[in-house]
Design a binder for this molecule. Structure first.
Ligand code: DGP
Length: 128
C-alpha cells in the first residue's frame, strides 16, 4: 500500500486519475479508437508520423517498458498481437514498424506504456 495524499488518494490512484492514456481508456478524453477489449485499447496518434500511426496501450496503468515484470507477459503479448492484427486490418503488412520509446531520453512523452504502430510509408534505419 502506498502513501495517501491530502486528497485521500493513494499515489497510484492519483497517477491513474491524472494519466492522459488512463483518461483516454476511461473515455474521459476523446480519441479515435480503432480497437478495444477488456485489456487493451488502440487509437490513432494525435500527431501522426506516418499515414498509419496507431497507439496500442494496455488499459492497466504501467509507466513504461522499464516497469514491466514477469506478471505482464500475457498482457504485453496480447498488446503486440492486437498491433499485428491492426497492421493487417489497416493494410500495412507489406512494411510496418512497432516502436516503444522508453524514458524521456528515448523520446517517451506520455508515461503510460504504449507501442506505436507506424505504416504506410518507407522507414529509414537507424531511427533518429
Ligand atoms: P511517446 O512520445 O513515445 O511517449 O508517444 C506519445 C504519443 O502520444 C505521441 O506520438 C503523441 C501522442 N499523444 C499525445 N497526446 C495525445 C492525445 O491526447 N491523444 C492522442 N490520440 N494521442 C496523443
Amino acid at each position: 500500500m502506498d502513501a495517501t495524499g491530502t486528497d485521500g488518494l493513494s499515489r497510484t490512484d492519483a497517477v491513474e486519475r491524472d494519466c492522459l492514456f488512463c483518461r483516454i481508456a476511461r473515455r474521459e478524453v476523446h480519441a479515435d479508437v480503432l480497437f478495444e477489449d477488456d485489456r487493451v485499447l488502440a487509437f490513432r496518434d494525435i500527431n501522426p508520423q506516418a499515414p498509419v500511426h496507431v497507439l496500442v496501450i494496455p488499459k492497466r496503468h504501467i509507466g513504461s517498458l522499464a516497469d514491466l515484470t514477469g506478471s505482464d507477459e500475457d498482457l504485453m503479448g496480447h498488446t503486440f498481437v492486437v498491433a499485428s492484427s491492426l497492421a493487417s486490418e489497416l493494410g500495412v503488412t507489406d512494411g510496418f514498424r512497432v516502436v516503444g520509446n522508453c524514458g524521456e531520453k528515448a523520446g517517451q512523452s506520455v508515461f503510460h506504456i504504449h507501442i506505436h504502430l507506424l505504416g504506410g510509408r518507407r522507414f529509414g534505419w537507424p531511427p533518429g
